[in-house]
Design a protein around this ligand. Structure first.
Ligand code: FES
Ligand SMILES: [Fe+2]
Length: 384
């Protein structure tokens, strides 16, 4: 799990006027609430007085109030009132981390990290959202698996034939499996896109296309460690564009915000008809993912036998090792071992602007060039 990316926190309607919402992400507790203007805020959940959980308190005049002794915090994380001090100003250290927020697609996202705005990896831009000719459905569900395993599953075109045989998933030709289309680099990720084989013609040589024409093709890509996209373009008019925003609750549980966009059957009456098989497919994937061993992706690729058709998985792991090298990976073992004695916080951008913070920064794995080599690209063995 990494700091410095955008993570989905809640559906917009879950954050209501006068109630704070507690959310666990990256193994850490957060509180989300709305101010008097209705803007959503996400703060570290630990009150810096004596460790109360802000999410168990209440919201009044747009301030989150600790249930233990009533300290009040604004959306910027600063304590505005200490009831036991009367009219006296709260001490300067009385502040908790406040994270940048964006509310899009009916989801409240928080940037959990300390990068300044211009250096932040992007929240995925779903261009079709809210445009004419597209219908959106949002499904949210929790899975007992590691989020990286889940993203890898979405980047893997070969499993469809075995995991989703009922769904009429297009089968890949042997040629495609042996020689998948090359990965194309995008900002903060990689993608592939391939044309569907013509029916009953297993030997069709397929060409990867960079952009359109999006006729009879499909592809998947990732941007950052937890944003996964799959386009299924049945024809020019009939497409499903699926966006999965994954929220690691901890490193073996994931909450997935699945935004399913479609360009046909736009009327509400079709929602159920689309939702049922879509969630059946999700269920089939979850059955596999919750039993994978090890739970997390192995530390080196030599601990699995990767095939040419796993090229996107390999590329994803290379990107992960880039973010390891940046020093953004959370040291979950240390976190779990020390969490009982120390209250940690994910560093927010405010920590770069000034010191005087009460909580310790969450333990991170050291970065550096040698860390990048942690995952070795395998030499693909010929399939068969
Ligand atoms: S612990 Fe929050 S006000 Fe005392
Ligand atoms: Fe699947």
């Amino acid at each position: 799990m990494y700091i410095n990316f955008w993570y989905p926190v809640a559906r917009s309607e879950e954050i209501v006027d006068d109630k704070p919402l507690g959310v666990e992400l990256l193994g850490m507790p957060f509180v989300a609430f709305r101010d008097t203007e209705g803007a959503a805020h996400v703060l570290s959940n630990t009150c810096v007085h004596r460790g109360g959980a802000l999410s168990d308190g209440w919201v009044r005049n747009g301030q989150a109030i600790c249930p233990y002794h009533g300290w009040e915090y604004g959306g910027n994380g600063k304590c505005t009132k200490v009831p036991s001090l009367g009219d006296q100003k709260p001490p300067a250290r009385a502040k908790v981390d406040s994270y940048p927020v964006q509310e899009r697609y009916g989801i409240v996202f928080a940037f959990l990290g300390d990068l300044p705005e211009e250096e932040r990896p992007p929240l995925y831009d779903v261009e079709e959202y809210g445009t004419e000719g597209w219908k959106a459905q949002l499904y949210v569900y929790e899975v007992a698996c590691n989020y990286e395993r889940s993203v890898e599953n979405g980047l893997d075109p070969v499993h469809n034939e075995f995991v989703h045989p009922k769904q009429g998933a297009p089968m890949l030709s042997l040629e495609q499996q042996r020689k998948p289309p090359p990965c194309e680099e995008i900002p903060w990720g990689s993608k592939f896109y391939m044309l569907f084989p013509k029916k009953k013609d297993n030997n069709t040589e397929l060409t990867a296309v960079k952009t359109g024409p999006r006729i009879g093709g499909a592809g998947s890509w990732f941007q950052g460690p937890n944003q996964l996209v799959t386009w299924i373009d049945i024809s020019a008019e009939n497409a499903f564009h699926q966006y999965l925003f994954e929220a690691p609750i901890d490193d073996s549980h994931t909450r997935i915000y699945f935004l399913n966009m479609r360009s046909w059957l736009l009327e509400d009456e079709h929602d159920e008809r689309i939702e049922k098989p879509t969630l059946e497919i999700v269920h089939e994937d979850v059955g596999i993912l919750e039993k994978l061993s090890p739970v997390r992706t192995p530390a080196t690729n030599t601990k699995e036998i990767l095939m040419p058709s796993d090229a996107m998985v390999v590329r994803y792991r290379e990107w992960l090792s880039d973010w390891d090298a940046s020093g953004w990976r959370i040291d979950t073992k240390r976190l779990q071992a020390e969490q009982g004695d120390i209250a940690f916080a994910i560093p927010s951008p405010g920590r770069r602007e000034g010191g005087n913070w009460v909580l310790d920064t969450i333990p991170l794995k050291p970065g550096g060039e040698e860390v990048r080599k942690r995952r070795v690209s395998p030499k693909f063995s010929a399939a068969g």
